[in-house]
Design a protein around this ligand. Structure first.
Ligand code: F6P
Length: 363
């Protein structure tokens, strides 16, 4: 092993640069050369998109949000949008070209930083013979096999700060503020920020909600002299018997639908049912931006350096997992098998209920 490559794929998350920093520093210390593939796998297909990364190149990037390598969520090499001469976009399998590029450039290992989609792609390349190590990234914190993904803590801090700010305006106007946060399959951001930010109602993808229960909580507030409320809704939450709201498929090559709209819908239902003034807002990509928190920086740096240690030991087709107090190597296959969801019997959920937060069900 004397030459490795790192790529960042899927939606960005605060802490990506810290992983890159740790990989470059740790690998250089072992005498290896490090390269970065820009925008996911693009560097394997186009030499101009493969950049050499030296310690000087990564100096000072740890606190910076985003990724210096760029990323994409429409760059699956097994189904990549490619334009033909007529300018039409077609989905093409270019995985053999990626394998060819990987071999031609002489890499001994690929460190793939990504969420469930990117890690699944990484596993498929491992099956084709690429020595791959995954690093778990997603603000949604929904990856099985690791206690945490980096980016989540920063997203929760951003959402909590937003909730803190909404209290005063909600109170001044006697309004219900409905805040839609990210969380496609799991309600971790909604739960953590909702409890910490003093929400009255938290709606999770794990627990389909009942609008009667939501309105009953707001009415109960009224009877107790509290004339405003904060409702936190995960984008993947849905009403009992209802569907997750989405805004269509998005760009060609993107595998998941663009979620959104549930916050606005809940706000309108509350207004119609109990006549309260409501406003809704979507925190959206604010949650993915900005400088990583100390927690996320440290976690990301630990992930990056553990990935290099795994490469040195030849532990491929695996993902670095945080299994407190230490890092461990889990099979990529096990890491991508299922989503980590909020356990409705967990201490955090019990805490929410005992401090009077409604979870949209009739307890
Ligand atoms: O997977 C992370 C995530 O932030 C989801 O919560 C959200 O649905 C999605 O990314 C948004 O992706 P995009 O940046 O493509 O809109």
């Amino acid at each position: 092993m004397n030459k490795i490559v790192i790529s960042t794929g899927g939606g960005d998350a605060p802490g990506l640069n810290a992983v890159i920093f740790a990989v470059v520093k740790s690998a250089t210390k072992l005498g290896w050369d490090v390269y970065g593939s820009r925008h996911g796998y693009r560097g394997f297909l186009d030499r101009d998109e493969m950049v050499r990364l030296t310690p000087a190149d990564v100096e000072g990037i740890t606190p910076i949000g985003g990724t210096i390598l760029g990323t994409t969520n429409k760059g699956n090499p097994f189904s990549m949008p490619v334009k033909n001469f007529a300018g039409e976009e077609k989905l093409v399998n270019v995985s053999d070209k990626v394998m060819e590029g990987f071999r031609r450039m002489g890499f001994g290992c690929h460190i793939a930083v990504g969420g469930d989609g990117s890690l699944e792609i990484a596993h498929r390349f491992a099956e084709l013979g690429m020595p791959v190590i995954g690093v778990p990234k997603t603000i949604d914190n929904d990856l099985e096999a690791t206690d945490r993904t980096f980016g989540f803590d920063t997203a929760v801090s951003t959402a909590t700060e937003a909730l803190d700010k909404l209290h005063s305006t909600a109170k001044s106007h006697d309004r219900v503020m409905v805040v839609e946060v990210m969380g496609r399959d799991s309600g971790w951001i909604a739960l953590y920020s909702g409890i910490s930010g003093g929400a009255d109602v938290i709606l999770l993808p794990e627990l389909p909600f009942d609008m009667d229960a939501v309105c009953a909580k707001i009415t109960e507030n009224e009877l107790n002299g509290k004339h405003y409320a904060i409702v936190v809704v995960a984008e993947g939450a849905k009403e009992e018997g209802g569907e997750v709201r989405n805004r269509g498929k998005g760009e060609t090559g993107r595998e998941e639908a663009l979620l959104g709209g549930i916050g606005e819908w809940v706000a309108e239902e509350i207004r119609q049912r109990i006549g309260k003034d409501t406003r809704s807002l979507v925190l959206g990509h604010l949650q993915r931006g900005g400088s990583p928190t100390t927690f996320d920086r440290l976690l990301a740096l630990r992930f990056g350096s553990a990935a290099v240690r795994m490469a040195a030991e030849g532990l491929f087709d695996r993902m670095v997992a945080w299994t407190p107090p230490n890092m461990s190597a889990v099979l990529l296959e096990d890491a991508i098998c299922c989503r980590k969801q909020v356990d409705l019997e967990s201490d955090k959920v019990l805490t929410a209920r005992s401090i009077g937060i409604c979870l949209g069900d009739k307890e």
